[in-house]
Design a binder for this molecule. Structure first.
Ligand SMILES: [Zn+2]
Length: 151
């Protein structure tokens, strides 16, 4: 999220950032989804990458592709099943998906840099939440859902 990170100090950016967090809390989704959205935007979800940094885990490979570390952007955006999910819901994004570097960056693009469409934002956080729920179920030995099932 270039804009928010590098230009702190200017009051108009502070205002934008405050407005952003306010808007995050106002997305009309169930509370558990909202709470998830807040955590993923703050980048405090316990992904494997986070757990390895806290020395809880010895490795942080994504359990599915085992090709990259399990960061929020990998889990919710880049890895093949996430891509399958996003293709299924056919949302049009007005930015280049390849440039997204964090979930916060994704939300910033959706809510600040693009025209704010609430249903779209609600859909994105709900889908990300469903991916997270299934990721946890899978880690607990349950079935892995396809992108279509998640949608
Ligand atoms: Zn992966």
């Amino acid at each position: 999220m270039e804009g928010a990170r590098s230009d702190t100090g200017s009051s108009s950016d502070d205002r934008k950032l405050r407005g952003f967090w306010r808007s995050v809390w106002m997305i009309s989704v169930p509370h558990k989804v909202l709470h998830f959205a807040w955590r993923v935007c703050r980048d405090i979800l316990p992904t494997k990458e986070k757990l390895m940094r806290r020395k809880v885990l010895q490795e942080d490979w994504c359990e599915e592709c085992k090709a990259e570390s399990e960061t929020t952007v990998h889990l919710f955006w880049r890895f093949p099943r996430a891509q399958e999910v996003w293709q299924h819901i056919k949302l049009l994004f007005s930015f280049d998906p390849c440039t997204i570097s964090s979930f916060l960056d994704l939300m910033w693009n959706l809510m600040v840099l693009s025209e704010y469409v609430e249903e779209k934002v609600a859909m994105v956080v709900t889908v990300a939440w469903a991916i997270w729920v299934n990721r946890n179920e899978f880690r607990n030995g349950k079935r892995k859902k396809t992108g279509r099932d998640i949608v």
